[in-house]
Ligand binder design. Sequence first.
Ligand code: ZN
Ligand code: ZN
Length: 270
Amino acid sequence: MKHKYAADCHNHSNCSPDGEHSPQAMADRAAALGLRVYTLTDHCECNEYEEKYRDRAAAAWEEMEKLRLPQGPEFLKGIELGQLTQNPGAAREVLATYAYDFAIGSLHNIRDRQDFYYMDCREKSREEIAGLLDEYWDEVLEMIDCGSFDSLGHLTYPLRYIQGEQGVQVDLERHSDKLDRIFRSLIDHEKALEVNSSGIFGKLGETMPGPGLLRRYYELGGRLLTFGSDAHCTESLAQGIDSAMDMAREAGFTQFTVYRQHRPVMLPLE
Ligand SMILES: [Zn+2]
Ligand SMILES: [Zn+2]
């Protein structure tokens, strides 16, 4: 890794339904890469908690407890909480049950709508797409008010599909008021913003959020920033973290954040 304090605080093992490799294989890879901090964050989709993810979270926790920690990275235990607005009780329960270091708050689908992964926006008008995004930002704002997380995951997740996969360009200028509200709310609630580097390698071609939004968060006073590759296999672990860190430096940041026991720890971006 180019950065001395490189950290990957968003990635998945096979304790997630879409993850390929064991927590041990992921941790060993983190050591081989020379990461300073490694936080594993398997999925817990709160809207499917009772039927599926309560058991999955228990199994993932057990796996993390059993890890033979390799020399090198500090290992921290995390979780990615999806749709916590749609079942806030699940988020509270899982956070009260296990002593995680870090929780990501993510929104993969708007309440009563499909995951953007399954949504075809090529047939929709610009107005409809703008309306969908507006609903998405509103639910993100609601999630920040809920508060049961440390860092906001992949803020521009819908763009990965609308713009990246389906080639429908979105003008984010039109959404600048709402995005400013999200940044201000994160700052007021002392929550971090995640820079998710996975978008660099897909058709979106940039981090989520991208450099423009990152600069805006900084301008508004945002300083808590976490980094994650969102890898689902060992090969992708920490991919794009060095360039995401360079981008953050260009936006003005001199430090970034990792979480221990839900407390922010600032590390130099060098
Ligand atoms: Zn996610
Ligand atoms: Zn993820």
